[in-house]
Design a protein around this ligand. Sequence first.
Ligand code: UDP
Length: 328
Amino acid sequence: MAILVTGGAGYIGSHTVAELLDVSEEVVIIDNLSKGHKKAVLGGKFYEGDIRDDDFLDKVFKENDIEAVIHFAAFSLVGESVQDPLKYYNNNVVLTLKLLTKMKDCGVKKLVFSSTAATYGEPENIPILETDRTLPTNPYGETKLAVEKALKWADKAYGIKYISLRYFNAAGAHISGKIGEDHNPESHLIPIVLQAALGKRSEVSIFGEDYDTPDGSCIRDYIHVTDLAQAHILALEKLRNNDESCIYNLGNGQGFSVKEVISIAREVTGVNIKAVTSERRPGDPAVLVASSEKIRKELNWQPKYGELHKIIETAWNWHKNNPDGFGD
Ligand code: UDP
């Protein structure tokens, strides 16, 4: 039976496909290539198309014996979600409900869902526990939380079991150097910093220096994309053991400020990357750091690339060798 990966040509999706192939899973990938890259898909059976296209979705579910779905396809930019919330509700909520309905109709009862630290909003405690309050400060987080709530009821009513993984800040690139992060336009901190190191942009803007943090810039918990991908494999195993639905945080449990990230990137690249302070970005909480104790304990998740230095090194290896990303 096959694992269906939606958004499998995207950044986290493609790294998860690589891990699934490594453990010899049969993988079916769908992606509309609006953000993803065909070249990022290292194997499996690829379908280009859109979840909103009924005929397309029918075809994929008819042609394959799907055991479980790993659902990445979504928009994920905090700033953009504040500017265009309906775009986010349509893509992240409406399309996910469509996919869930299809799963229900076809009797597919296992789902790994890409959720986010943005479901918490301004945290009550650091590090953040899965049981902490969820009060998103941006539409992106709201859409992911709305899906988590729908999943809870879909489990009760239809027995669709799910694992929702609340990602903190995915970063880095595959250790092989074959795939990495390529967004157009790029909005994430680490690739932007590395583009500045490559001379592809003149400087990095630090979004706000007046947060209540030691150096005034925002603090995030960066996690290597392959460690994140590995968690999906473990989640799949848990679902196969007919276990209960569950929500897990995924981060390294250590926070780094924007300024610290830039400083480590200077060390890794040997380039004196120029940074300037600019306005806060709307919707950004000051500090997001995960407790991932639950997934460590329950699924024995163990990050391989937990050091930020190592994470940035793998990202640098990718960006240096692929300054134009996948070139498409
Ligand atoms: N950030 C920044 N300059 C940039 C891009 C991001 O200062 O050019 C900050 C952003 O405000 C946040 C952190 O870096 O505090 C990580 O942002 P990113 O967009 O990478 O991930 P997010 O936290 O939104 O998922």
